[in-house]
Design a protein around this ligand. Structure first.
Ligand SMILES: *Cc1c(COP(=O)(O)O)cnc(C)c1O
Length: 405
């Protein structure tokens, strides 16, 4: 398989992009879906922002280096990756905070309805943010599994909030069909694109989506805790009102008036001052992903994951795949269920194969195709087969849980 892998790498149109990232020697990084690798251009750009724009330019850089325009500028670059127009996307805050703003805005747009429908097992923060609004008496959380999602869209549901590609299983929702069903039921839709943006083709406007949020530190390679992004369809730009009415979302922040007047369009989603260093790092990651292009990344990610499955088959590894076996139905990951998934993931990390564990029993392998090789798949399969054969995962050191898994 290693020979075939090398042949595939030799014919890979994205092969040269690996060199645009720092990928540590001896590491096969299957966790770019959780924290993307460092683009080589990022440290240099940050040096420039720190020494030049901050150190020398000081406060003048808000204008001279257009710090003030960064949330819109980066949002505009993310937009084509998710099927949005540039003026519909803004980079700001975390996914959690953007969820709060947009769930609140959606509820305010549907007076008389309080239901926010999601699925059990959605990414925790999505459910927790609904719960927070429920405690304030503003929302009622409804959960339905995938098979009964459309039936659960009754006249009390204001908003359908779903994660497009599931963080644990990688299962992908039919965005167009569910958006249509929600609209037919009189509800709005908010898509969490954290595991899609920059990895799978997403066409928010073709699906007539209302709102979306997504993550900057996963497939966009923006760095740990990178700012997130939010999308509001243009048709809602006048209607959307969000409760975190900070000064940066004001129509004229530098008039310093006592009363709040929301800025036009997505700008009103801003709250406080943007973290400029983090924004600068995010922009480098977004530029790089935009340069490669989501279609090519998606094609390679499917080829990588299918090749890994072949390599595992070839070695007789028979793990319980919980991701859809059809690559068209899953995001950029493969998840396997194993009662000792945590110890397995730790034993793999000790061998330099960094995937992750998702409670209680999922071994998750993510494929960030911009810097992964087919050779990495063959080697990862070998390591996984050896870890299982030798039983080395049973060592005590691999069973001790750390704070962050
Ligand atoms: C990673 C992820 C988040 C992250 O939220 P933050 O508030 O930015 O930490 C949110 N939703 C999903 C589905 C995720 O996978």
């Amino acid at each position: 398989m290693l020979e075939r892998a090398r042949e595939l790498d030799a014919n890979d149109p994205l092969a040269a992009y690996r060199d645009r990232f720092e990928v540590p020697d001896g590491v096969i990084y299957l966790d770019g879906n959780s924290l993307g690798c460092l683009p080589k251009a990022t440290p240099q750009r940050l040096q420039q922002v720190i020494r030049g724009e901050w150190g020398e330019g000081l406060i003048r850089s808000w204008n001279d280096a257009d710090w003030i325009g960064l949330p819109q500028r980066i949002g505009g670059k993310i937009a084509p990756l998710i099927g949005a127009a540039p003026h519909e996307v803004i980079a700001a805050d975390s996914v959690s905070v953007n969820l709060f703003k947009l769930i609140s805005a959606a509820l305010a747009m549907k007076p008389g309805r309080k239901g926010v429908l999601s699925e059990p097992g959605n990414f925790p923060t999505d459910l927790y943010m609904i719960e927070g609004l429920e405690k304030q008496g503003l929302a009622e959380q409804r959960l339905a599994d995938r098979a009964s999602m459309e039936a659960a869209l009754d006249k009390d549901v204001a908003l359908l909030l779903l994660t497009h590609a599931h963080y644990k299983t990688g299962e992908v929702f039919d965005m167009a069909a569910l958006t249509r069903a929600a609209h037919e039921a009189g509800a709005l839709v908010l898509w969490d694109l954290s595991h899609s943006g920059g990895a799978l083709p997403v066409d928010l406007n073709a699906c007539d989506a209302d709102f979306a949020v997504g993550c900057g530190y996963k497939y966009l390679n923006g760095g740990p805790g990178a700012p997130a992004y939010a999308f509001v369809a243009e048709r809602h730009h006048d209607a959307v009102q969000q409760p975190l009415s900070g000064w940066m979302g004001h129509a004229r922040p530098f008039e310093f008036t006592d009363d709040y007047a929301p800025a036009p369009g997505v700008d009103r989603l801003l709250c406080g001052t943007a973290p400029i260093l983090a924004m600068a790092a995010l922009e480098v990651g977004v530029d790089l992903i935009a340069e490669i292009g989501v279609e090519r990344l998606y094609a390679k990610s499917q080829a990588l994951s299918e090749f890994l499955r072949e390599c595992l088959d070839d070695r007789g590894v028979d793990l319980d795949l919980v991701s859809p076996s059809d690559p068209a139905s899953r995001g950029s990951q493969l998840s396997y269920r194993h009662p000792e998934a945590y110890a397995l993931s730790q034993a793999l990390i000790a061998r330099g194969v960094i995937g992750d564990f998702r409670d209680p029993d999922i071994l998750r392998l993510g494929f960030a195709p911009a810097y992964l090789r087919f050779e990495d798949m063959a080697e990862a399969a070998r390591h996984l087969a050896e870890v299982l054969e030798t039983g080395e995962w049973q060592r005590d050191e691999f069973r001790k849980r750390s704070a962050v898994t």
